[in-house]
Design a binder for this molecule. Structure first.
Ligand SMILES: [Zn+2]
Length: 312
């Protein structure tokens, strides 16, 4: 079993959190409305998740890390969502987030968009995950269902019991600030809560506009990638159109576990998906998100040698 470290987040009430986010978002979006609502039924379109909600024992797992991918890949770094669920003390957890698919399973490197209710002794897993990879025929995006629980290298995961319940709803239209939607939310949390780290995850829709997304190339880099510029030259960037269904994981401040503070992967129902960077249509963009603050952080298999390259 991998080394597992555990940390308790500061957990504000939903009402307090809604107020804090509302105030901060006004500085970054023309229109922003944050409220506490009943989680919409996430089994319905456009989410089509295997569970109804994101409530019940919410927690965040940061598994592995970018140092397993860069400067050179460590292909022996493999993980499993069912094992992670046990490691975060929530077997059967519903898991959302952003990671890397298993190159052992797929034969190529690919983005993983995990959306899975993990197994228990009584129940099989229900996996609604996707992978996004480069289409070998035309160099475009190939989005496919991913029926496996195995993944590689790294993942940032938001886990819960997948129950209905009260959540934070964030509507934000017309971006006026520089940062993407998730960076905005993280900065607001960091500014308000300071050295009391707050974690948050869930799902959001880009309802209108387009977004800059990346997909890792099918082959790992044969030469070491040592700078952000080298990483960006290696990645394949796309402009993908709404509607996109995105799964963010946010930690306001690293309490000392070498965390990736934000990571968002998204999918669509028209065949594209990948890693979210920002919208490219600030005037017309419309975001609608559902979030829950996490109670616990689990740091699983923290890389032994680390760096800060490629965490955007
Ligand atoms: Zn990513």
């Amino acid at each position: 079993m991998a080394k597992v470290e555990k940390f308790a987040f500061h957990v504000p009430s939903l009402e307090e959190l809604a107020g804090v986010l509302q105030k901060g978002l006004k500085e970054n979006f023309a229109d922003a409305l944050v409220s506490v609502v009943d989680c919409p039924d996430l089994t319905q379109e456009p989410f089509t998740f295997p569970v109804k909600g994101i409530c019940g024992k919410p927690r965040i797992a940061d598994v592995g890390g970018v140092p397993h991918l860069l400067p050179l890949v460590q292909k022996d770094k493999v993980y499993d969502l069912n094992t992670v669920a046990k490691e975060i003390e929530l077997p059967g957890a519903f898991i959302l987030g952003a990671g890397a698919a298993s190159s052992r399973i797929l034969g190529v490197n690919a983005e993983l968009i995990p959306i899975a209710q993990t197994e228990t002794e009584q129940k099989h897993a229900v996996n609604a995950s996707y992978t996004a990879r480069i289409n070998p025929t035309d160099g475009g995006c190939l989005l496919e269902k991913y029926k496996y629980s195995g993944f590689g290298l790294l993942a940032n995961l938001f886990a819960s019991q997948g129950q209905p319940g009260k959540v934070i709803e964030v509507k934000a239209n017309g971006r006026t600030g520089q940062h993407n939607f998730i960076t905005c939310l993280r900065h607001i949390l960091e500014k308000h809560y300071g050295d009391k780290p707050v974690g948050m995850g869930g799902t959001f829709l880009i309802q209108k506009g387009k977004a800059k997304m990346h997909i890792m190339p099918p082959e790992f880099s044969a030469c070491p990638l040592n700078t952000d510029e080298e990483v960006n030259n290696w990645l394949k960037f796309f402009e993908m159109k709404a509607p996109l269904v995105c799964q963010p994981v946010i930690v306001s401040r690293d309490p000392g576990f070498d965390l990736r503070l934000e990571h968002t992967h998204g999918f669509s129902h028209y065949g594209e998906g990948g890693h979210y960077h920002n919208d490219t249509t600030p005037d017309s963009v419309e975001y609608l998100g559902y979030f829950m603050p996490a109670e616990l952080l689990f740091r699983i298999d923290r890389p032994k040698e680390t760096h800060l390259i490629g965490r955007d």
